[in-house]
Design a protein around this ligand. Sequence first.
Ligand SMILES: [Zn+2]
Length: 106
Amino acid sequence: MKIEIQVEEICTFHHHAQWVNHASSWIGGFRKEEKIICIDKNGNTLTIGMDFRVAKEKDLFPVKAYRCIRTSEVSTPSKQKCMCGKDHIMHEELDNVCDKCERELS
Ligand SMILES: [Zn+2]
């Protein structure tokens, strides 16, 4: 079956080597409560290295990585002044930088 979920696109792995070389820097820096999913061009999910190897063999790249939008993100939006100067959603009350800007800075 198919379902629809709300996501934010993080990056695209155009081929297997790109995933090998960049996965940890592109999708590794997220907090544990952020769910990152990798989807091949047929809409199937990749979770371990074997999946990416099969995707390579079966020509299922590009694989796109998404961050799933969480319930609390949209049901209790709390936009505050981010360090970047714009109003962004903060996940912790004491944060002064949103997750997205934090990733871009690090
Ligand atoms: Zn921000």
